[in-house]
Design a protein around this ligand. Structure first.
Ligand SMILES: [Zn+2]
Length: 304
């Protein structure tokens, strides 16, 4: 190699490396476009009802319209310690809004605030997740389905603590067995998207210095799942797992790890309707484009 060739190749290398990492595959085709809405935290009050209606209209008025909505959980403000009537009013507000202002199909994931966990309600048939499952009209607390060549796995990440009180974040043993079987029976050429309300893997757990105690970080399992290491190992065995979406934190991030894009997707309610921004993340929703080569693109939009 002469000096000139050496200089030329040295000058080209960094550019080529960077382009190789970010350039999309031009031959890829889009499989599906959907809108991710999460942490809507509806109440019967005027502000959330008007804002969520505005958000639904924003989604449906897109020139390149998504084919469905994926709701990442926390549909309602809170059912955990509320009485039956208050919980019913929140679900009624949601269902009324969906009927009046949305024509897209919605696929739901259960969030911690959707679960009726009132201690006194334990003998009630609607106790726990049952009421949310009924309202969301989903087949169970976790499930999977296919859309245009992609496989979607919706997990139930919210579990009672060992003392029976709500809640902590993990994928319980029964669900883990189901997840392993579902991954094993999916065609290895089919790209997979996983959705959990509580993030599997996200730096948003580091956003608050209240998580530092005695000079050490303490990340609660109510923030990042307690069995994340098991899930990372499991996904590593299945290179067709391409994306893992979450809500819960009301914050926006994207982490690439072992070929999986972990995306936390803000919140429609921003700071639980107290303001339009939480930390540095504005109230909003995301448009997702999934491609046949397994690549994932997200656009986060303010709907105000
Ligand atoms: Zn929330």
């Amino acid at each position: 190699m002469n000096r000139r060739t050496l200089l030329k190749s040295a000058a080209l290398l960094p550019t080529l490396g960077a382009e190789a990492a970010i350039a999309p595959n031009l031959a890829r085709k889009r499989s599906v476009r959907f809108a991710y809405l999460g942490d809507t935290h509806i109440t019967p009050d005027a502000k959330p009802v008007e804002r969520i209606a505005k958000c639904f209209h924003h989604v449906q008025n897109q020139a390149d319209k998504p084919s469905f909505i994926l709701h990442g959980g926390d549909v309602i403000m809170d059912a955990l310690a509320e009485d039956r009537q208050k919980v019913q009013q929140q679900w009624d507000a949601w269902n009324g809004l969906v009927k009046a202002d949305n024509s897209l199909p919605i696929e739901y994931c259960i969030g911690n605030h959707d679960i009726w966990g009132f201690e006194n309600a334990k003998n009630d048939l609607l106790y726990g997740k049952k009421w949310a499952i009924d309202q969301m009209k989903i087949s169970g607390r976790y499930r999977s389905f296919d859309r245009n060549g992609w496989h979607f796995i919706v997990l139930d990440s919210v579990q009672p603590k060992p003392d029976g009180k709500w809640y902590t974040g993990n994928i319980d043993a029964e669900q883990m067995d189901w997840l392993k079987a579902d991954l094993a029976k999916t065609n290895p050429k089919t790209p997979i998207l996983v959705l959990s309300h509580i993030p599997i893997f996200s730096p948003t757990g580091f956003f608050s210095d209240t998580n530092v105690k005695d000079g050490n970080w303490t990340i609660s399992a109510g923030t990042i799942l307690a069995n994340t290491p098991d899930l990372l190992k499991l996904f590593y065995q299945y290179p067709n797992v391409k994306a893992a979406l979450s809500g819960h934190m009301h914050l926006l991030d994207r982490v690439e790890y072992n070929g999986v894009a972990y995306l936390c997707n803000g919140a429609v309610s921003g700071n639980w309707w107290k303001s339009d921004v939480y930390q540095q993340t504005k109230a909003g929703y995301a448009l997702f484009d999934l491609y046949d080569d397994g690549s994932v693109e997200r656009t986060y939009l303010s709907y105000m």
